[in-house]
Write a new protein. Structure first.
Length: 361
């Protein structure tokens, strides 16, 4: 998720005609599709690479808390990366709801359900401290628990439906479906990696971990790449409460260990490196010699990284904006400005290099 306390009310404002014109460029030809799930109309966006040939690999990208599907694509410059590498980029939108903001201006909260609607397991360590922040309770959940901020929708099933819908609309290579997510989207990525492992060839949770006691094992062998920031105070990698809001998450080490154990990995964790990891400025370890010999579970830590995707987000940018194609769904959101320059891409280069090593049998 974003640093929720700092950014919760950051993206409310008046959309000008100038921004609207800029957003048309930022939209970058994303196509919008809708489907019904649990009685709610849900949307997702697709960018088809310019040089699309044959059955295309698919990368599902999941946004973070308070972010949007199209804002996520924009701030990380992912459509350009998809063009360069020939994959279908797919951006599902989480459920969302309005809450009262500063000066009585409504703020739209976007969030995924990644681990269960009723909060952490009562037998697991606490997910938040007594002094931690309180977040808006999503509608449809009844009375939220103290540590709860996620909705009660079945978002794993929603992603499953998105995959089915994609197959009906596009010619895709079902052996090369990949999923990544940032923050709250990373939490859903880990849940998908456990519950929908048979539909994906690899997964990458980025700056996001499950709550204590919720690190899960995949139902089928699935290579995994974790990316975290050592200085992240929103979702800490070491199991301590974050200074930003007081919430607690499972450690990066435990999350990787549980996943690797399910894959019967016999070696690790041990040092892992590549030229792309060096370019992204991350230090990595890996489990290897798994049940499938080529599979690995890799954990990378950015020593200087906070709560941002390492080397994949321009400084000062926010994923809470929308492209023009999403304006009807979230009219109060600011439109994304037109992209300038290439932006950093070493973070996605690292993820894509890991992804394309794998195909699902």
């Amino acid at each position: 998720m974003m640093t929720k306390l700092v950014h919760l009310f950051a993206c409310v404002g008046t959309v000008t005609l100038l921004l609207a014109a800029q957003a048309l460029a930022a939209d970058d030809a994303m196509r919008r599709f809708v489907l019904m799930h649990e009685g709610i109309e849900r949307e997702y966006f697709v960018h088809v690479p310019r040089a699309a040939e044959g059955p295309l690999p698919v990368v599902i990208g999941l946004h973070g808390y308070t972010s949007t599907a199209t804002g996520f694509a924009h701030v990380h410059n992912l459509n350009k990366h998809a063009d360069a590498n020939g994959y279908l980029a797919v951006y599902p939108q989480s459920t969302h709801f309005l809450v009262e903001g500063q000066s009585d201006t409504p703020v739209r909260i976007t969030t995924w359900n990644s681990y269960g609607a009723d909060g952490p397991d009562p037998d697991a360590p606490p997910h938040c401290t007594a002094e931690s922040a309180r977040y808006p309770c999503p509608p449809g959940c009844g009375e939220c628990h103290r540590c709860q901020w996620e909705p009660c929708t079945n978002d794993v099933e929603f992603i499953d439906k998105v995959l089915d819908d994609l197959q009906a609309r596009f010619t895709t290579d079902e052996s090369r479906y990949y999923v990544l997510g940032v923050s709250n989207g990373a939490m859903l990525t880990t849940r998908i990696a456990c519950d929908l492992a048979g539909r994906f060839a690899a997964a990458a949770p980025i700056i996001g971990l499950q709550p204590p006691g919720h690190a899960c094992a995949p139902g089928a062998d699935l290579p995994m790449l974790f990316l975290m920031g050592a200085l992240d105070e929103t979702i800490r990698y070491d199991g301590k409460a974050g200074k930003d809001d007081g919430f607690i998450y499972a450690t990066l080490a435990e999350s990787a260990r549980v996943h690797a154990a399910a894959m019967r990995c016999e070696t690790g964790p041990q040092h892992w490196s590549s030229a792309l990891a060096a370019a992204a400025g991350v230090e990595c370890t890996a489990y290897s010699d798994c049940r499938v010999p080529s599979h690995e579970v890799v954990s990378c830590l950015d020593p200087a990284g906070a709560h941002v995707w390492p080397k994949q987000q321009a400084p000062g940018s926010t994923a809470a904006c929308i492209a023009a194609g999403q304006a009807a769904s979230m009219p109060e959101k600011d439109l994304c400005e037109a992209a300038t320059g290439d932006g950093p891409h070493a973070g996605m280069d690292l993820v894509w290099a890991f992804f394309k090593r794998y195909r699902r049998d």
